[in-house]
Design a protein around this ligand. Structure first.
Ligand SMILES: Nc1nc2c(ncn2[C@@H]2O[C@H](COP(=O)(O)OP(=O)(O)OP(=O)(O)O)[C@@H](O)[C@H]2O)c(=O)[nH]1
Ligand SMILES: [Mg+2]
Length: 371
C-alpha cells in the first residue's frame, strides 16, 4: 500500500519543487511499524494557542508566544492567515513605536557583522533590538543565507535581542507581507529598534525601503571605479552609506572610497526630503565608526520628526501597502473567474496574432466583469 506522500497545508496551490516538504501517511498498527497497537502511551498533542492567548502573551513579553505568532504570520495556509489577521488587528494599538532601520549592500560587505556590533551596542544602552532578514531568494530548499545567527553571535547572546531569519515566501510579495507583519508583531512585543537586513541586488531593497524609516547602505572599497557593481538606483534609496572594513591595510582605500561617494552624492537627489546623504567609514571588526552611524541615525530621526517628514513617510508607506494589497487581491479575483479565464485565452491568442491591440483587449476583458 504505497500511497504517494501529501503536501503540507501551507504549500500554496501549484507550489513547485521549491517546497521540499512532504507529509508521510501514518503507518497502520503501532508506530514501531509492527501490526497491532503500539506499546506505551500515545504522545499528548498540545493544541496551538489561540489568537487571544497569542495577543496576551505578546503584550506580556512572552517570547515563545512571539515566535508562535510569527510562525502563524509566515504560514501560507488560509486558516492560519485569517487568524494572523485577527491577531494583528488585536495588536495594532501597540505598533508603530520602533525605529525601523533597513540595512542593504553588496553580498559579503559586512551587513550582518555591522548589525551584530550596532545591535549589541544598543542592547548595552538598554534598547530592545529585533533583527529580521528579508531575502526573497531563500526558499525551503535553499535555506536562508541572511540573518545567520553565527554571523551575529554577540547579539544572539543579548537577552534584549531577537533575531529572525528570512521567511520563505516563494516570491518577493509573499516575503514582503510576512516581513511587514513580523515587524508589527515585534513592535507590539516592545522592541524599540528593528533592523532589517536585505541583499543589495534585485528588487528586495526597494521593498525594504518601503518598510523602514532609515536606510543604510553598506559597501566596501573596491579597486578602480567605486560605483561599479552597485546600481545607482540603490544609492538613491540610501539615507547614509557606510564603507565597511576600514581596518588594517584597507583604511586608506576606504577613505578614498568615502570621498568619492561623497562627491557623487552631491549630485544625487536625496531619498528623504531635507536630509543630506553622506558616506562614512567603519569597521565592524574593530568597532570604529559604528557609534557614529548611530549618531547619524538619531540626527536623522530628530530632523525628520521636527519637519514632519518622518510621520508623512510612515503614512505614505501604509497607504502604499494598502494599494499594493488591493491590486493583488483584485488581480487574483479577476483571474480566478472562470468566464474571464476562457475569454482571456481567446483574447490572448488574438493579441499574439496581432489582430487586437492590447489596450482594446484589456477593455474587452474588463467589460462586464464584476457587475
Ligand atoms: N576586515 C573586516 N572584515 C569584515 C568586517 N565586517 C565583516 N567582515 C567579514 O566579511 C565577511 C562577510 O561578513 P557578513 O557580515 O556576513 O556580510 P554580509 O554583508 O552580511 O553578507 P551576506 O549576508 O552573505 O550578503 C565575514 O567573513 C566577516 O567576518 C570588517 O569590518 N572588517
Ligand atoms: Mg548577512
Amino acid at each position: 500500500m504505497n500511497r504517494p506522500p501529501k503536501r503540507p497545508e501551507w504549500v500554496p496551490p501549484g507550489g513547485g519543487e521549491g517546497f521540499a516538504s512532504f507529509v508521510l501517511h501514518g503507518v497502520q498498527g503501532g508506530h514501531d511499524g509492527l501490526p497491532g497497537p503500539g506499546r506505551g502511551r500515545a504522545p499528548v498533542r498540545r493544541g496551538r494557542p489561540g489568537v487571544a492567548e497569542l495577543a496576551e502573551g505578546i503584550r506580556a513579553g512572552n517570547r515563545t508566544r512571539l515566535a508562535q505568532a510569527i510562525t502563524l504570520v509566515e504560514s501560507n495556509a488560509p486558516a492560519h492567515q485569517a487568524e494572523a489577521q485577527q491577531l494583528l488587528a488585536a495588536l495594532m494599538d501597540r505598533t508603530g513605536g520602533a525605529l525601523r532601520i533597513g540595512v542593504t549592500g553588496v553580498p559579503g560587505a559586512g551587513k550582518s557583522t555591522t548589525i551584530d556590533v550596532l545591535g549589541s551596542m544598543l542592547c548595552a544602552q538598554g534598547h530592545k533590538v529585533a533583527v529580521l532578514a528579508v531575502d526573497p531568494s531563500s526558499t525551503v530548499t535553499k535555506g536562508s543565507i541572511l540573518g545567520d545567527k553565527t554571523r551575529m553571535e554577540r547579539l544572539a547572546r543579548c537577552p534584549n535581542a531577537f533575531i529572525r531569519p528570512s521567511p520563505t515566501g516563494g516570491c518577493l510579495g509573499g516575503v514582503a507581507r510576512k516581513s511587514r507583519e513580523t515587524l508589527l508583531l515585534c513592535e507590539a512585543f516592545g522592541f524599540d529598534v528593528i533592523l532589517l537586513e536585505t541583499v543589495g541586488v534585485g528588487q528586495s531593497e526597494v521593498t525594504v525601503r518601503s518598510m523602514v524609516d532609515f536606510f543604510l547602505l553598506v559597501l566596501i572599497a573596491g579597486a578602480g571605479d567605486e560605483l561599479q557593481g552597485i546600481k545607482k538606483g540603490v544609492i538613491e534609496l540610501a539615507d547614509a552609506i557606510v564603507i565597511n572594513k576600514a581596518d588594517g591595510d584597507n583604511v586608506r582605500r576606504a577613505r578614498l572610497a568615502k570621498a568619492e561617494y561623497n562627491r557623487v552624492l552631491g549630485f544625487l537627489q536625496p531619498c528623504t526630503e531635507g536630509w543630506q546623504v553622506k558616506a562614512y567609514t567603519a569597521s565592524a571588526h574593530t568597532g570604529a565608526g559604528i557609534p557614529e552611524i548611530w549618531e547619524v541615525i538619531q540626527q536623522f530621526r530628530a530632523a525628520t520628526t521636527a519637519s514632519g517628514v518622518f510621520q508623512r513617510r510612515r503614512q505614505q508607506q501604509n497607504l502604499d501597502w494598502l494599494h499594493s494589497l488591493l491590486d493583488e487581491a483584485l488581480r487574483q479575483r479577476f483571474l480566478a473567474d472562470t468566464a474571464v479565464q476562457a475569454r482571456l485565452r481567446d483574447i490572448s491568442a488574438a493579441v499574439a496574432r496581432g489582430e487586437i491591440p492590447p489596450v482594446r483587449a484589456v477593455e474587452a476583458l474588463l467589460e462586464g466583469w464584476g457587475r
